[in-house]
Ligand binder design. Structure first.
Ligand SMILES: [Zn+2]
Length: 310
């Protein structure tokens, strides 16, 4: 749990320098007065906790935890791959006015600390939502960031968000804890509904477009093989595609999963090659089909389970 007050120990000079940065950004954006950056976030949000999260899945968790006491906005716009995102000046302004900043961690938002520093917001509580998880290390080095696609991971993230909200707004700490507990209970119910079914399924392998499901697979003792790597960067070369075709044939894979933000066309090519069908799986990196986090998690579980028994 690393929900700490940022800049708590920063010297006055550092804080002043950061404020100057924010003012410079505001000036660039056409603001004429620096007074804007000093305006109370509480006044602007009608007394509610102003929460900036990085992307869609965390937004859902923050809304569930914050309930009526928080206003949540996402920095990474819908339709943008979080893996490719670079913050803009307006994102620093958002952070300069927020009470809480929630990020996934595990290297997903390599810009997070830089942005928090540039925002120069002494009251900002930063929440590393993945703090305390067991990170999955990638074969080539680095860490797999996709914790939010695992039910158990989402439970950790929800609990961390509640602790961060309580630190920023102790008056409503009890509500945040209660909301988090009920969201976690909902997730746990979903886990219970599928863990036995998936354990008894004959296949234990899924093939996805973007290698985002290692934590999800970890929840249920299954394995993923993917068209694109963990960072959704680039399509496979012909040799990689050929080895995926061999794998899918050997494991008698009947479904190739595809995600909206990763390249569904390669999933389709692979599916055609092995005579499999393409099915949707949600990465929750942006909003998808107007569905909630829980609805998408249920859809993923149902689709994966169906593929393991066909
Ligand atoms: Zn991803």
């Amino acid at each position: 749990m690393k929900s700490d007050k940022n800049n708590k120990n920063a010297s006055g000079t550092a804080v002043r320098t950061s404020l100057l940065c924010v003012c410079a950004l505001l000036a660039t954006l056409g603001f004429t007065s620096c007074a804007k950056s000093g305006k109370s976030a509480v006044a602007e949000t009608g007394g509610k906790l102003k929460v900036s999260v990085t992307f869609n899945a965390l937004s859902e968790m923050a809304v569930a935890v914050g309930g009526e006491y928080a206003v949540v906005s996402a920095i990474i716009p819908d339709g943008t791959e979080p893996h490719d995102f670079e913050p803009k000046a307006k994102d620093m302004v958002a952070l300069s006015e927020a009470d809480v900043f929630v990020y996934n961690g595990l290297g997903l938002e390599s810009w997070a600390q830089r942005a928090v520093g540039a925002a120069g917001n002494a009251k900002l509580v930063s929440v590393d939502a993945s703090a305390g998880c067991a990170p999955i290390t990638l074969p080539g080095g680095g860490t797999d960031p996709h914790l939010w696609l695992s039910i158990k991971g989402a439970e950790i993230e929800t609990a961390n968000i509640a602790k961060g909200f309580a630190a920023a707004d102790p008056a409503h700490a009890e509500s945040y804890a209660k909301n988090a507990a009920s969201y976690i209970a909902e997730l746990e119910k979903l886990y219970d509904e599928y863990s036995g079914k998936i354990a008894s399924a004959p296949s234990k392998v899924i093939v996805t477009g973007h290698a985002a499901f290692a934590y999800f697979c970890g929840d249920f003792g299954i394995e993923q093989n993917s068209v694109e790597d963990v960072f959704a960067s680039g399509e496979p070369n012909p040799q990689q595609l050929a080895s995926l075709v061999d794998f899918a044939r050997a494991k008698k894979v009947k479904t190739i999963f595809a995600e909206e933000l990763a390249s569904p066309s390669v999933s389709r090519t692979l599916a055609d090659e092995v005579g499999a069908k393409v099915a949707t799986i949600y990465t929750m990196e942006g909003s998808e089909d107007g569905k909630s986090y829980i609805d998408r998690m249920r859809a993923n579980l149902e689709a994966v389970y169906a593929s393991l028994i066909e």
